[in-house]
Write a protein that binds this ligand. Structure first.
Ligand code: 2IT
Length: 453
């Protein structure tokens, strides 16, 4: 029997990590949020305290930080920092995206790797958690510069990945084109196709149908599951979305199919309001715009479709039924959360990772807004990545309908597992805690079974 009680133990681990990782605010926020959900689990499993499971769980297994040097079109020598965090491999090969964005740093990589670990566990598939990327800004770079950067990045990354070791994918700034360049270089260095080794590949060389749509579609399915559970329906609902990338257009497309209408999109420079909804050919336009993430601007949508554009403002001031942040972390701050509550929005479904600040999240939940947390709601993307790995290993491709129906079922299972975990600990419909608990359950079992590591 443990000498320490659950609350004291959690507090002591949080304090330790605050000292160890004092300069990593995003990682600390994620750790604090997750560990605070696990108190009831530790009460039921005091043996986890005896073996110091939480401190072991919060320490990434391996962290790579490496130099990426390359030469730009003007002949200038450039240097960036590359990262790969192999956070937890207890339930399968590390799996997670690569992000190319100027704000990438150790803290953001670690928080994403930590979240990915729980998210991947929640999918029910055999994938561990990892994340990587570089503080490289793809905006304004030529195609050749992107190609050279990807090659230089892979010249280091290849040492750390492989089909049974670590399987990277895309994230912000890394789409099908970048995955193509990365995989091309990997294959040349290794001299092997290695079962695809990365996911998010093009259809001609092992990609899965519906992978580009999967995150957004999964978010819409998850919203549908939440509303159905609340004896509500998506039919006729209006949705505020932030961002205008792959996740945002996927949400628009599936929301239209499910009878709801997305009325806002945003970029760093402001948001658009389209009262008729982002539907039909407007979504096709968005798909094209998101491919041009180096030059694309949401303002072009306002120009093309003659809809209002609100500079330097966020879509959270619009009165809608559902808010779906689909851009970047810390997109909903406390003043935005107040707008959301004042506007009577009942549901916030997180499509981006950590889109709400800690304060905003607390405000939303304590004011009765039902939050679908990112690690559950946006898990459809990585789930279809795992389906891509399966298709590669059996050397067969499933149809779009097959992938979509598997995705729909996976999202339903994630919703039910999160809900059941919350309810089994008397936490009602607290899906934030439920997702943390359900994700942790499988990993903790695997860690207990595999010894002291
Ligand atoms: O945040 C995420 O889940 C991703 N960027 C997708 C990771 C993946 O391996 O598909």
């Amino acid at each position: 029997m443990s000498s320490q009680n659950a609350q004291e133990y959690i507090q002591s681990i949080v304090e330790k990590i605050k000292i160890k990782d004092y300069d990593e605010p995003e990682f600390l926020q994620a750790v604090e949020e997750v560990l605070s959900s696990l108190e009831p689990v530790l009460k039921r499993h005091p043996e986890f305290i005896d073996v110091n499971l939480l401190e072991r769980f919060c320490e990434p297994e391996r962290q790579m930080l490496f130099k990426v040097s390359w030469i730009d079109d003007a002949g200038k020598y450039r240097v960036n920092r590359g990262y790969r965090i192999q956070f937890n491999g207890n339930i399968g090969p590390y799996k997670g995206g690569l992000r190319f964005h100027p704000n990438v740093n150790q803290s953001i990589m670690k928080f994403l790797g930590f979240e990915q670990t729980l998210k991947n566990s929640l999918t029910g598939l055999s994938i561990g958690g990892g994340k990587g990327g570089a503080d490289f800004n793809p905006k304004g770079k030529s195609d050749r510069e992107i190609n050279r950067f990807c090659e230089s990045f892979m010249l280091e990354l290849y040492k750390h990945i492989g089909k049974d070791v670590d399987v990277p994918a895309g994230d912000m700034g890394v789409g099908e084109r970048e995955i193509g360049y990365l995989f091309g270089m990997y294959r040349r260095i290794k001299g092997s196709f290695d079962n695809g080794a990365l996911t998010g590949k093009g259809l001609s060389y092992g990609g899965s149908l519906l992978r580009p749509e999967a995150t957004g579609y999964g978010v819409a399915y998850f919203a549908d599951d939440i509303l159905n559970y609340c004896k509500d329906s998506l039919e006729g609902k209006t949705v505020a979305v932030s961002g205008f990338g792959q996740v945002a257009w996927g949400v628009c497309k599936k929301m239209e199919q499910l009878g709801a209408k997305v009325v806002t999109l945003s970029g760093p420079e402001g948001y658009i309001y389209d009262k008729d909804g982002v539907i039909g050919e407007k979504v096709d336009y968005l798909v094209e715009l998101s491919k041009e993430h180096r030059v694309g601007r949401i303002l072009s949508y306002a120009d093309k479709y003659k809809v209002p554009f609100y500079p330097s403002r966020k879509p959270w001031e619009v009165k809608v039924d559902i808010a779906i942040p689909s851009a970047i972390e810390n997109d909903i701050l406390i003043e935005d959360a107040k707008n959301i509550v004042n506007n009577g929005v009942k549901y916030v479904v997180e499509a981006a990772n950590m889109p709400c600040s800690y304060e905003a999240l607390a405000y939303l939940t304590s004011n009765g807004v039902l939050v679908g947390p990112a690690k559950a709601a946006n898990a459809g993307g990585v789930a279809v990545s795992a389906l891509e790995m399966s298709q590669n290993s059996i050397r067969l491709s499933w149809t779009a309908e097959e992938v979509d129906s598997k995705l729909k079922q996976i999202m339903k299972d994630i919703f039910l597992n999160s809900l059941n975990a919350a309810q089994s600990y008397g936490l009602g419909v607290n899906l934030i805690a439920g997702a943390n608990i359900a994700g942790f359950e499988k990993i903790s079992n695997a860690m207990m079974a595999q010894g002291y590591y």
